[in-house]
Design a protein around this ligand. Structure first.
Ligand code: SF4
Length: 434
């Protein structure tokens, strides 16, 4: 019996190299055992070439991430039979092919579950923020999934920790290191990270064979998927608001919950004097589960800082709590929410306003202004001045930072950014006077 040893549970390159050599050497599947540790038998020299259908390799690149130990041999067997002239892929009744397809389906579902189920804990790091998440996958989906997320969020620092290992993306390199068997809660994860961060990153390696990642992105979404974990709220958040955030996680008041990853509730301290309302979460907010962390949020942070507003002291939220988008290839393009969607989600905005009781509500952009004022608003006409409401509240309208990001030329961006900072200085004065 020949013993083939791969370097890891997802050693795609190693499995392909061994399979190519063994099929060409005529090694029958029954003469091989596959493992990821221990002593290995030498591989035969590969000679000649043979064709394997692209569809089978795509399927194998997914199925190799399954946790079933027999997958390496099963996949080898399919390639061996194709090399022997069998039309395996054309036979839907073939039990081996059916098993591999079931494995691939389970892997895709698990990868999808990881991408939608991950909750990230923001941790301060080198003047920036790293988003730290813990997840227990059913299969070995971390490496390929981490590669997908790194491609999707090139500017974020992410660490995903699982019992099998961890993946770390810093905007330039993707490294893999040790994992954590169990994280009872955010505090346990943070404590582990604080104690092990340097050691994990020092020993992490980029030298990991990662299976094809693209096909993982094809997982179908179920509109009936269960609600997922708790939302991270700032320390000091109102406990009733925490409860509301949990309940909003399974909201079905409008159709927007279907395609989105998760509900993105507001966050901020209890007793915040001002509440900033945007339109809806964007692509990054949808993935991370926190409002205003993407490019528009970063611009807002910068403008707030220039205007002398401490973001940690205000409550930030959106008129609509789910990301509305259309998919174009791998990109998700923002769509403006319709009035009925803004009205449906007004339920949660009212909950937030009732609990926070801000002296000032800042509506950023037309959708937020409609949600806050309950009518259509022309931003150019109503921005930059306090609007006293019949119930005693004060509302202030300004532009949404994404409007500035969309402007085509530098001069217009600079002009509008300065106007936003000017508006926020007025907001700061109103907060101080209130
Ligand atoms: S957008 Fe708002 S109302 Fe619609 S499902 Fe999401 S949380 Fe509920």
């Amino acid at each position: 019996m020949r013993r083939i040893v791969l370097r890891s549970e997802t050693d795609w390159d190693g499995w392909r190299q061994a399979t190519r050599a063994l099929v060409q050497a005529g090694a029958e599947p029954g003469t091989l055992t596959w493992a990821v540790s221990g002593d290995a038998s030498p591989l035969p020299d590969a000679a000649g070439t043979f064709q394997v259908p692209r569809a089978l390799m795509a399927l194998a690149s997914i199925a190799i991430q399954a946790r079933e130990p027999e997958r390496f041999g099963l996949l080898y067997s399919l390639v061996w039979r194709i090399g022997a002239g069998e039309k395996v892929l054309k036979d839907d009744t073939d039990p081996d092919l059916a098993l591999v397809r079931r494995m691939a389906l389970a892997v895709r579902a698990d990868a999808h579950r990881m991408r939608t189920g991950l909750r990230y804990l923001p941790v301060a790091e080198d003047g920036g923020v790293r988003y730290l998440g813990w997840f227990e996958p059913a299969h070995f989906v971390l490496p390929a999934n981490a590669r997908l997320l790194a491609r999707r969020y090139p500017k974020l620092r992410l660490s995903i920790v699982t019992p099998d290992g961890s993946a770390h993306w810093d905007g330039a390199s993707l490294l893999f290191g040790d994992g954590l068997r169990h994280a009872a809660d955010d505090e346990a994860l943070q404590a582990w990270w604080d104690a092990h961060r340097d050691m994990v990153l020092d020993h992490a390696s980029a030298d990991v064979s990662v299976p094809e990642a693209e096909a993982l992105d094809e997982a179908p979404r179920s509109p009936d998927r269960p609600a997922i974990g708790p939302v991270v709220l700032n320390e000091g958040a109102d406990p009733d608001l925490r409860q509301a955030a949990r309940e909003a996680g399974s909201c079905r008041r409008c159709p927007l919950y279907g395609p989105a990853t998760q509900t993105v509730f507001g966050e901020g301290p209890a007793g915040a004097r001002a509440m900033f309302v945007g339109e809806q979460p964007g692509d990054q907010e949808d993935t991370i589960g926190r409002p205003f962390v993407g490019p528009a949020g970063q611009l807002m942070d910068q403008a707030m800082e220039e205007a002398g507003i401490d973001r940690r002291m205000v409550y930030v939220t959106n008129a609509v709590k789910h990301f509305k988008f259309v998919a174009r290839g791998r990109r998700r393009i923002h769509q403006t929410p319709e009035v009925p969607e803004i009205q449906a989600c007004g339920f949660w905005l009212d909950v937030e306003r009732t609990r926070i009781r801000p002296i000032l509500t800042v509506a950023m952009g037309a959708s937020a202004a409609r949600a806050v004022l309950g009518r259509a608003v022309t931003i150019g006409r109503e921005r930059g001045r306090p609007i006293r409401m019949a119930d005693g509240r004060t509302v202030f309208v300004t532009v949404h930072p994404s409007y500035i990001l969309r402007l085509p030329d530098r001069a217009a961006k600079d002009r509008e950014y300065a106007a936003l900072v000017g508006d926020l200085r007025l907001v700061r004065d109103l907060m101080d006077a209130g």
